[in-house]
Design a protein around this ligand. Structure first.
Ligand code: ZN
Length: 67
């Protein structure tokens, strides 16, 4: 069984890109905000998470045997 969930991208926290501050003038405290693409979610801010659920039931009377 496979469970597919859409979750907020953990890399960019749903923003769809990464932003960082790059100081352009240290003395004035000026900076540019640099945006870069988030490759984990292709800038959508959401990723598909696939969970494979395995189910191994006990066989009645034989807890040592699993299917
Ligand atoms: Zn992302």
């Amino acid at each position: 069984m496979t469970k597919v969930e859409i979750i907020v991208c953990p890399k960019c926290k749903g923003a769809g890109n990464h932003s960082r501050h790059e100081t352009t003038c240290y003395h004035k405290g000026e900076y540019d905000v640099i945006y870069s693409d988030c490759t984990a979610c292709n800038n959508s801010g959401l990723v598909k998470m696939t969970t494979v659920v395995t189910y191994a039931p006990h066989i009645a009377g034989r807890p040592d045997l699993r299917q």
